[in-house]
Design a protein around this ligand. Structure first.
Ligand SMILES: Cc1cc2nc3c(=O)[nH]c(=O)nc-3n(C[C@H](O)[C@H](O)[C@H](O)COP(=O)(O)OP(=O)(O)OC[C@H]3O[C@@H](n4cnc5c(N)ncnc54)[C@H](O)[C@@H]3O)c2cc1C
Ligand code: FES
Length: 349
């Protein structure tokens, strides 16, 4: 079927989306509707979070057809990406037949809508002065998810939803683990800092999201994290350890100061189980007693890429937008093809 065969309301435009594993999704997009809204009206919830152009969770690449991009944050879609035809589907309004590629497999599209569950807080543990490890247990333990995905959490009392990446891997006990950086005055941050207690009931929307491991043979997998951007990457290397994946893997974690380091026991546990995995931690502002490297994860990557000699690695990058953008720049200079770079920016939703 061609996009021209998709019949919709007067003035609507046919849209055809292709997933990274070759799945096709075709629907009509009515005037004034974004591609994301039209897909949802056709019964397909695509990975997204804020739905207002600020988080970057719905990015895709237009391959053909005219469109307008509505207002969006440049952190969610930097100008260089926009010029290459990348878009945010929540802000993409077709002006004619449109085709686009989705950077994820068909399994990430939710055809029955986003699942909503209830869960109980089982742990709220500070791991740095401004980072909390949060653990939940879902009432219904039958909830599978892929490493890299996130849940939207809603605190008691009608609080707004916030996206948090899962740091653990799928399990049959309904266990969910998150690392949350506390933001001054933030809704969910204030709940965690002031009121959260084991036994609290939270509403959990998901799993959602496009970020995740890609199967590309034996190519090395490198992971680059800033702060709590470690969470989804920890889930990925934990999955590699569980499955004893053979790809050589390296993880670079960057923090501002030594007091911000967390997750070392968890990384050491992965290294003990996964041959060929190593990790390094750098601090931007090292204090007395810091013996590790100084700088940013982009600096670690820049130093490591020339050592590789062989095929460029698949890169998985997560953290605050400036750090992610610096790493993408370093990767491009170091010759990593853009299609081998997968990223999630932790932006406000
Ligand atoms: C897909 C996705 C996954 C995410 N996963 C994680 C995760 O695993 N761990 C984690 O700590 N965060 C994660 N985030 C960020 C998280 O969703 C929230 O934005 C953040 O925790 C702030 O929520 P809040 O309710 O406390 O603050 P809000 O009430 O939303 O905002 C309070 C103040 O903080 C500012 N602010 C909010 N978020 C940010 C931000 N990210 N950077 C800079 N300033 C900000 C706002 O502009 C505002 O001034 C993720 C975001 C996305 C889109
Ligand atoms: S869902 Fe489109 S930018 Fe957040």
């Amino acid at each position: 079927m061609s996009t021209d065969d998709v019949v919709g309301a007067a003035g609507s435009h046919p849209v055809a989306l292709t997933t990274s594993d070759g799945g096709r999704l075709e629907f009509a997009c009515a005037p004034g509707r974004s591609v994301l809204e039209a897909a949802a009206e056709a019964g397909a919830a695509l990975p997204a979070s804020c739905r207002q152009g600020t988080c970057g969770s719905c990015h895709a690449s237009v391959t053909d057809g005219p469109y307008e991009l509505g207002p969006h944050s440049e952190q969610a879609l930097p100008p260089g990406e926009r010029e290459r035809g990348e878009v945010l589907l929540c802000r993409t309004f077709p002006c004619g037949p449109l085709t686009a590629e989705l950077p994820y497999e068909q399994s990430r599209i939710l055809y029955g809508g986003i699942p909503v569950r209830e869960g109980t807080v089982t742990a709220v543990d500070p791991v740095t002065p401004d980072t909390v490890r949060l653990e939940l247990r879902l009432d219904d333990p039958d909830c599978q998810f892929d490493p890299g995905q996130f849940m939207e959490l809603q605190a008691p009392g009608g609080e707004p939803k916030r996206a948090y990446s899962l740091a653990n891997t799928g399990n049959w006990e309904g266990r969910l683990e998150f690392y949350v950086r506390l933001r001054e005055g933030g809704h969910f941050s204030s709940y965690l800092a002031d009121r959260a207690r084991p036994g609290d009931r939270l509403t959990v929307h998901g799993p959602q999201g496009a970020f995740g491991l890609h199967e590309t043979g034996l190519r090395p997998r490198w992971f680059v994290a800033g702060g709590t951007g470690l969470a989804p990457l920890l889930a990925m290397v934990r999955r590699m350890a569980e499955w004893q994946d053979p790809q050589p893997a390296r993880l670079f974690l960057g923090v501002n100061e030594p007091k911000d380091v967390f997750g070392l026991d968890e990384l050491a546990a992965v290294a003990a189980e996964l041959p060929g995995f190593r990790y390094e931690v750098c601090a931007w502002k090292p204090g007395p007693g810091w013996s590790g490297p100084t700088g940013t994860p982009a600096d670690l990557l820049a130093a490591a890429l020339p050592e590789l000699g062989g095929a460029a690695p698949d890169l998985y990058v997560c953290g605050p937008p400036p750090m992610v953008d610096a790493v993408l720049h370093t990767a491009a200079l170091g010759g990593v093809p853009p299609e081998q770079v997968h990223r999630e920016r932790f932006l406000a939703t």
